[in-house]
Design a protein around this ligand. Sequence first.
Ligand code: 0RQ
Length: 500
Amino acid sequence: SLSRIKCKELHSKLMTPEAAAALIPPGATLGMSGFTGSGYPKRIPGALAERIRAAHAKGEAFKIKLLTGASTAPELDGVLAEVDGIELRMPFQGDPVCRKKINAGDINYIDIHLSHVTQQVQAGYYGKLDIAVIEVVGIREDGSLIPSASVGNNKTWIEQADKVLIEVNYALSEKLEGMHDIAGTPLPPHREPILIHKTDDRIGDPYYHCPADKIIGIVETNDRDRVNSFSEPDEVAKKIASHILNFLKKEVEKGILPPNLLPLQSGVGDVSNAVISGLEHGEFENLTAYTEVIQDGMLGLIKSGKLTKVSATALSLSPEAVDDLNENIDFYRERIILRPQEISNHPEVIRRLGTIAINGMLEADIYGNVNSTHVMGSSMMNGIGGSGDFARNSFLSFFVRPSVAKDGDISGIVPMVSHVDQTEHDVQIIVTEQGLADLRGLAPRQRAKAIIENCAHPDYKEKLWDYFNRAQESGAQHTPHILSEALSWHDKYLKTGSMK
Ligand code: 0RQ
């Protein structure tokens, strides 16, 4: 229809997804848009997957290297993994098919902190970026691009790639225009301070800029992001949320936190959503958030007036929440800023603002090391995402999860984690539905006592005390362990299907 492609010079570049996919050669390194299931290209990846399938049927080799912002959706990661089209994947994914191929050893997956991605690509660690494939909601007269529901690494992809393919998506409101603040950082030694002193400070401009001659094709789409609707938080999630909210209240009473807290960062998932909806019904006012992803709960908190300013890199919203956003876009645009992930997750800004980070985990050990990514030490779940960026640099850093998984066969608290993402040095507060362990100011043996006492499930508590007590009978006593037993719980689970 061309109505959203206001730059006349670009009209001749309109093509079908198939024609666009035909411009992507085997072996290409692609930088695609997409962050937590939003703002990913909807049609070109599917057409590319068909091309790859056809090539494989003829016995021809065809794989690509795929870089994005974070996780995408079945229409991107799913289809390309399904046809064995991905040679390398970076920096985060959460797709079931992609995960299966990673764990089968068929995809090389490089799982890095989300704030590090652009500098590593700029520095050339991944070779030359051949083609950027970016979803936008419109192209202005002067050719500048209006970002869509996520920003991620798009600025860098457009700048670094030799060629650019654009998908213009008509399903999201064009009135997103003005919500984004696009700025980046050069490689050292050319860096300067990032002048964000409050969550709503703007340092860039609202558009991506790409020379017209770099754009080799434009595809129009009308597909929504695929984000599932949220269910009401369950009892376990509500208990975890209430432990956190009570704790924050006490910190305000002690004068450690201001009455409107500090900017919040919340991970994705049911527990995070429960914390956010707990805030909606709680007493805190004038809240702000400096986070990665805005989910339904945060939109509700903005609507209620409790959350006044939010900075993130993506809107990851259910269909109902997208309707609400589109209908009240002028209200939300004054309260939401979407930034590149190198800025939303930048350690400098997170440290300066003193965010309160709340992230999920697979397991924690008795000393407070956290595994966010590897099931039983070897099997990739999603990736570290931005959790490390926030955990290390926040003023308060929470890690949360239910005390058990898989109907009680897995303990969320173990003697030693089977993989470390967040070291004990970056983990301040651990919360399960059983309770909260405040590790601030504690030495390792004190931490172990707090974690076992407050967070372990009753089915595993005695076994953890037993391990910890026996570890204190011999050997070095700073962080007592029995190395021959430290991973025996995981080993037992793999052999018998239960840690019990
Ligand atoms: O699997 O549903 O098949 O039973 O893992 O677990 O409890 O539903 O928790 O959805 O919050 O995910 C760490 C994965 C938690 C997530 C992780 C099984 C469990 C279930 C999911 P089933 P839950 P969540 C912002 C910050 C890293 C990235 C991050 C994550 C499934 O929070 O990916 O924080 N974090 N980003 O049964 C085996 C264990 C297990 C286990 C849980 N110990 N062993 N399986 N499960 N614990 C976002 C971004 O960065 C984009």
